[in-house]
Write a protein that binds this ligand. Structure first.
Ligand SMILES: [Zn+2]
Length: 201
């Protein structure tokens, strides 16, 4: 979960989200029984929407299931805390289940992952773009570059290409060894990263 096809960890910034502070600012949480639709667009294109109904201590989110036609309801508790300078601020409580128990984290934002369920960024395995681990990505692009020098495509999942017709065998072996080494290094970093990720949950 939370990873794109390119092995990059998906980011908060690139995910569809709902922000309880924004809803509060817009007066959408004033009282129970309010109904509104929250929709997302990117570059003018609609990306989807969720219907929201407010309850006394929660919001009820209704969205279309990705495979089934019927819509699915998710009840997300909303709690309020006092601010230092007066006033109150709302929080969502993440209802995603972790090892059979609700996560329960108090968060400002929930992300739409594995539609139609909203969950906090921890449960979605999302990173902030600024947190992306640079060494891993450097290793990936180095391995990709070497593979492409051998005439292959950028995907590290594809098998290595054979020797290009005009290349000397010596050059080929040298590049091949470098590319294989880079790929191994890159996979080791990915593996370590995945282990850390699964421990963090
Ligand atoms: Zn969570």
């Amino acid at each position: 979960m939370g990873r794109s096809a390119y092995g990059r960890r998906a980011t908060c910034e690139a995910s569809l989200s709902i922000d309880v502070r924004e809803w509060h600012r817009l007066g959408l949480l004033r009282h129970a029984g309010l109904v509104f639709t929250w929709s997302w667009t990117r570059a003018g294109e609609p990306l989807g929407s969720v219907d929201v109904r407010t309850a006394a201590d929660a919001v009820i989110l209704t969205s279309e299931g990705s495979t089934e036609r019927r819509s699915i309801e998710q009840r997300v508790p909303v709690t309020w805390t006092r601010c230092h300078l007066g006033g109150v601020r709302p929080w969502f409580r993440c209802t995603a289940s972790v090892d059979g128990r609700p996560c329960g984290r108090r968060v400002a934002k929930l992300y739409l992952r594995d539609a139609p369920v909203f969950a906090c960024r921890h449960c979605c395995g999302l990173a902030y773009a600024s947190q992306q681990e640079v060494p891993r990505h450097r290793a990936i692009s180095r391995a990709q570059k070497l593979k492409m020098q051998l005439g292959g495509g950028p995907s590290l999942l594809d098998p290595f290409p054979g020797k290009p017709p005009r290349m000397h065998w010596r050059t080929f072996y040298r590049l091949f060894n470098k590319a294989a080494e880079a790929q191994e290094h890159c996979l080791a970093l990915e593996l370590g990263y995945l282990r850390r990720l699964s421990r963090a949950k």
